[in-house]
Design a protein around this ligand. Structure first.
Ligand SMILES: [Zn+2]
Length: 316
């Protein structure tokens, strides 16, 4: 099962993009296309299903290579990202004719894998530039360099370089074999989520902490469950706004859940049978007694739960 936002179809051309001549050639080629972001939203065609808009340079008369971020290229097309908040009012207004602005997070699960990966990279890099306008060392303005994959301080006494940030977060399917011989997994929900939606537990990695230590600490903080045998499964870019989700399984050494020390509304143990009720609910069968609903299908949480339900991951 492929994870949404992975599978980038473009070559990022990490070495070539540092050459200004090479970059100019990509920008000026007739086949260059541009992915637009405004206020954190991506531009989509009006059609149903929604697909991302890729504009040509002649549709964006005011732009220069210095305001664009090179995302990568395939055999025929170079793809750039553009922050529409940098355009003047009339230029920005003109964009409206090409599509509608939507949160990628709301549409990710219906996009093709290639479109979702490109849209996620564009969103992530534009966000990073918007939130790193000033040098973190001296506070002066910084400017976009290296095709948008770095910023450099404009203060000639400083010239500090900064690079796009990705915040690591661990997300874990915690399982346990109970005395009744039934394996169950630990899922939790926050009060703000739609009724019945549960997800795997997750949290950010602290400085000076290994990923395995982060899994153990986060599960303990959120549910008071002690875990061991932490095993890495796979990862997913998560540009909402700037994370990578690192998926694990872990085995619970305890059963008693306590969510009073953190922000979860509730956490519960679910057997495979209980998780299966959701699938039958989707197919129209009445399973009123069950309270579990899937988290969004574009998320690694969904993948971890499905893979565990199908016995593709985990010990039990
Ligand atoms: Zn500086």
């Amino acid at each position: 099962m492929p994870l949404m936002y992975t599978g980038m179809p473009l070559d990022r051309c990490t070495n070539q993009r540092k050459s200004i001549d090479w970059l100019n050639n990509q920008f000026e080629s007739d086949s260059a296309v541009f992915v637009l972001i405004r206020d954190g939203e991506n531009l989509f065609l009006h059609e149903n299903p929604l697909t991302p808009v890729y504009l040509r340079r002649d549709q964006l008369p005011g732009i220069s290579v210095n305001s664009c971020i090179f995302l990568g290229r395939d055999a025929s097309v170079a793809v750039f990202a553009l922050d529409c908040n940098k355009l003047n009012f009339s230029e920005s207004q003109a964009i409206e004719q090409f599509g509608i602005w939507r949160q990628l997070r709301q549409l990710g699960s219906v996009l093709s894998a290639a479109d979702a990966a490109i849209a996620a990279l564009a969103k992530g890099l534009v966000y990073w530039h918007r939130t790193h306008l000033y040098c973190g060392k001296c506070g002066c303005l910084s400017q976009l360099i290296e095709a948008g994959h770095a910023r450099r301080c404009t203060n000639s006494d400083c010239r500090n370089m900064s690079f796009p940030r990705t915040d690591p977060a661990v997300i874990m399917l915690v399982e346990r074999m109970f005395e009744d011989g039934v394996a169950r997994c630990l899922l939790g929900r926050q009060q703000s989520w739609p009724t019945g939606v549960y997800s795997t537990l997750a949290g950010f990695v602290d400085p000076g902490e290994s990923l395995e230590e982060a899994v153990i600490r986060e599960v303990d903080e959120e549910s008071a469950i002690k875990v061991q045998d932490v095993t890495y499964i796979r990862s997913q870019p998560w540009p909402f706004p700037a994370s990578i989700m690192l998926g694990f399984t872990a085995v619970a050494a305890t059963e008693e859940i306590d969510v009073s020390n953190d922000d979860l509304e509730i956490a519960k143990w679910f057997s495979r049978e209980q998780l299966q009720h959701f699938a039958s609910k989707e197919s129209g069968e009445d399973t009123q007694q069950d309270q579990y609903k899937n988290s969004s299908s574009d998320s690694i949480s969904y993948y971890l739960i499905q893979a565990w339900k199908n016995k593709e991951i985990g010990r039990y």
